[in-house]
Design a protein around this ligand. Structure first.
Ligand code: IPM
Ligand code: MG
Length: 376
């Protein structure tokens, strides 16, 4: 197939890890006879420096015209002044909204080769395989009003947690669909004992659950969920939750694996509907599903430019891109198998190496994976 893949290397270690994922995608194209055109754009701090905006129009246009977008990371201390008029993270939020990618999938899998990297006891983490589905374009991040105000001469600020039922229904459905192909269990996480938006979330979730009698559905309060993720992580299959709850729980869950540098993510919208007169407005270039793929780690400014960052989270994100946006399941599985192969062979970047164990750099890790893909 022919596909346009938009790369947004971003800030910090972003460019280093995206370069390796690109090599792996190029190896896939060559091995399986596809043509991938890579376009690049600026987003985040680098875009603020170069163009004065976190998401320049040109970048957004490139993303909307592409079949899929692969992002490194954005942000860094030089752009984090809370009083700055524009912040790198705003670019990411604008992009998520503009692409309509409302379902953020964050798989948390503990690979056998890396059980020892977890701060939790091996018997607790072995076999953990959780899919967090975080609502990504609504909730507390996007509700209005949002901002500063003055109340009786005092500084005040407001954020709003608002959901429409359609926004809840579509993301919860994604969770149930995924559960069907997995272990058949959905945990819906909310704060229904306090928040009105959570009570609506729960109501709508139960309506959706009625369409999936084959899937077990449970409701768990977000504070309790934070606790269960530590003391019985293996019990979870699919977790589906509000935007900010998902932001927090996914960072927590990533620590179960102990290797933040390993975790990919996919943010998906709806596949375009063919209305018989070409594709529906707002859809991307072709019939591919809008998708934004990124490692869940940040820009790690402390190690940027040193060639030691772990590129595997970005490479695994590229695998999700192949599967979910381009429909290339076999190729995606080949990339995932290649990652497991190099880990089984003992390749480790510094973040996942045990004390005393030798570590390889970003480029070598990327090249090892690409090589295994080429030879499979
Ligand atoms: C994430 C990040 C972002 C978020 C930031 C960078 C805006 O923490 O993707 O989890 O909060 O969504
Ligand atoms: Mg986060």
């Amino acid at each position: 197939m022919d596909a346009i893949i938009m790369l947004l290397p971003g800030d910090g270690i972003g460019p280093e890890v995206v370069a390796e994922a690109r090599k792996v995608l190029a190896a896939v194209a060559e091995r399986y006879g596809h043509t991938f055109a890579f376009h690049e754009g600026l987003m985040g701090g680098c875009a603020i420096d170069a163009a004065g905006a976190a998401l320049p129009e040109e970048t957004l246009a490139g993303c909307l015209a592409a079949d899929a977008v692969l992002l490194g990371a954005v942000g860094g201390p030089q752009w984090s002044d809370p009083k700055a008029p524009v912040r790198p993270e705003q670019g990411l939020l604008q992009l998520r909204a503009a692409m309509g990618v409302y379902a953020n999938l964050r798989p948390v899998r503990v690979l056998d080769a890396l059980v020892d990297a977890s701060p939790l006891r091996p018997e607790r983490v072995r076999g953990v395989d959780v899919m967090i589905v975080r609502e990504l374009t609504g909730g507390l991040y996007f509700g209005r009003p949002q901002g500063r105000e003055t109340v009786n001469g005092e500084r005040a600020a407001v954020d709003t947690l608002r959901y429409r039922e359609s926004e809840i229904r579509r993301v919860v459905r994604v969770g149930f669909e995924l559960a069907r192909g997995r272990r058949g269990k959905v945990t819906s996480v909310d704060k229904a004992n306090v928040l009105a938006s959570s009570r609506l979330w729960r109501e709508v979730t139960h309506e959706v659950a009625a369409d999936y009698p084959d899937v077990v559905c449970e409701d768990v309060l977000v504070d309790a969920c934070a606790m269960y993720l530590i003391n019985r992580p293996a019990d979870f299959d699919v977790i589906v939750t509000e935007n900010m709850f998902g932001d927090i729980l996914s960072d927590e869950a990533s620590m179960i694996t102990g290797s933040l540098g390993m975790l990919p993510s996919a943010s998906l919208g709806d596949a375009p509907v063919d209305n018989g007169q070409g594709l529906a407005v707002g859809s991307q270039r072709s019939k591919t599903r809008p998708g934004l793929y990124e490692p869940i780690h940040g820009s790690a400014p402390d190690i940027a430019g040193r060639g030691i960052a772990n590129p595997l989270a970005t490479i695994l994100s590229a695998a999700m891109l192949l599967r979910s946006s381009l429909g290339l399941a076999e190729e995606a599985a080949a990339v995932e198998a290649a990652v497991e192969r190099v880990l089984a062979d003992g390749c480790r970047t510094a973040d996942i190496a045990r004390p005393g164990e030798g570590a390889i750099g970003t480029v070598e890790m990327g090249e090892r994976v690409a090589e295994v893909v080429s030879k499979q």
